[in-house]
Design a protein around this ligand. Structure first.
Ligand code: MLT
Length: 310
């Protein structure tokens, strides 16, 4: 489907399909969250939202492309916590999150789960920590590239365990999950939006959730703190962005469509099944999104100082 109406009058926006860019491979958690909201958003906007997966470098390739896109409202970026870790992890980043984008609103904050291939020896998080420490030079930890949420959780997990292991980057945790289920990689920290089904089907081994409280849809999983890794706490917030010069009138229409989608019962139910929930309406706003982005850039610059992409 063609996208983009060129420099039309913001009052008439949208007059054509809108491209929504997912910075990771199809089938992963970012893709899943995006496809959950595109239909109800499209209903309100009266055009199609066409999902485009643009992989690479933990989401920074896609973000760089959207930063340079026409500011006409026909290119929207879905991104997550990785937008706030990129400035620290990529010293020569070709975009500045707070200058090159306008925020549209937050979408959802997703818990993460520590999981392993089904026949991995350790059965508890404590046993995993001990096993990983003993076998640090052979175990393999999957992620979706430096700057991804799975990379961030992996960094925090290694810090909490006091080890450094070999990381195996994928273009998304959709493909990473395929290798984990296939036994080609040992363990992974990934979002419940991608792991809930595998956990309930028993095709992977699950150790803990990375939230302070248990996740209702995964009642058998302890929190990392309960299971002996109190420093492993991370959730993956997601938001929508447009290029910085996009007219406010266009942003307002996108924010309104986002808020409508987050109140859609189907979206609420599907997110609940996947261990998450829409943000509150007052968080699905440009200001709330910008405030969180700014605070998170500062927070992760501390935690991740010294860890940088080559
Ligand atoms: C991440 O690790 O950042 C995401 O899970 C990647 C993805 O959405 O595939």
């Amino acid at each position: 489907a063609a996208c983009g109406g060129g420099g039309g009058d913001p009052a008439d926006y949208p007059e054509d399909n809108i491209e929504i860019i997912v910075p990771f491979a199809a089938g992963g958690p970012t893709d899943t969250v995006t496809r959950l909201i595109t239909e109800p958003m499209a209903e309100e906007l009266g055009v199609e939202l066409v999902v485009q997966n643009v992989e690479g470098a933990g989401g920074t390739v896609a973000a760089g492309q959207v930063a340079e896109a026409e500011a006409d409202g026909y290119t929207v970026l879905m991104h997550h916590i990785g937008m706030s870790t990129a400035p620290t992890l990529y010293p020569d980043l070709d975009f500045a999150p707070e200058e090159d984008f306008k925020t549209v609103g937050l979408v959802t904050e997703v818990p993460m789960t520590v999981i392993a291939r089904k026949d991995f020896e350790p059965t508890t998080l404590e046993e995993l920590a001990a096993y990983v420490e003993e076998n640090a030079d052979t175990v393999t930890l999957a992620n979706a590239g430096i700057g991804s949420a799975s990379h961030l959780c992996g960094v925090l997990m290694q810090q909490a365990m006091g080890v450094e292991v070999q990381e195996v980057p994928y273009d998304g945790t959709g493909p990473a999950m395929e290798d984990l289920v296939g036994g080609q990689v040992d363990f992974l920290c990934d979002q419940t939006t991608n792991t809930s089904q595998q956990i309930s089907e028993g095709t992977v081994k699950a150790y803990a959730v990375t939230t302070p409280e248990p996740v209702e849809s995964l009642p058998d999983l302890p929190t990392a703190a309960e299971a002996g890794l109190p420093d492993l706490e991370v959730t993956v917030w997601h938001g929508l962005y447009v290029p910085a010069e996009t007219p406010d009138e266009i942003v307002e229409k996108l924010t309104s469509a986002l808020q409508t989608a987050l109140q859609d019962q189907g979206v609420i139910d599907q997110m609940a099944d996947l261990g998450t929930a829409p943000v509150a309406q007052d968080q699905a706003t440009p200001d709330a999104h910008s405030e969180l982005l700014s605070a998170e850039i500062d927070k992760w610059s501390e935690v991740l100082s010294g860890i940088q992409a080559e």
